[in-house]
Design a protein. Sequence first.
Length: 106
Amino acid sequence: MGRRKKRVKLKRKVIRPGKYFQCPRCGSLTLTVSFEKISEEEKIGIATCGTCGLYCEVKVPTRAERIDVFNAVSDMAYEGSLESRCEERKVGPEDMEEHVGEEEGE
Ligand SMILES: [Zn+2]
């Protein structure tokens, strides 16, 4: 009696719907897409698969979303041009948050 309920700390684990896509090469649901802005009109969509190591860069308009990059990669796989346009790269967890090429202003 009088026992206090243990407060369960909620882990901050945010799973955004649609973050993972099905890899067109290995079929695993581990394909992620990130973006790298290159200009006001264009950015690079980078699709990486955590299972087979697929690495693919697709130039898209800045308004494009992850699904657009995924569709582009899927199309390439469908056309059979995926292997020639994308390279394989080992991606570690550290690479995901890497900040490369930060420009120092003035
Ligand atoms: Zn894959």
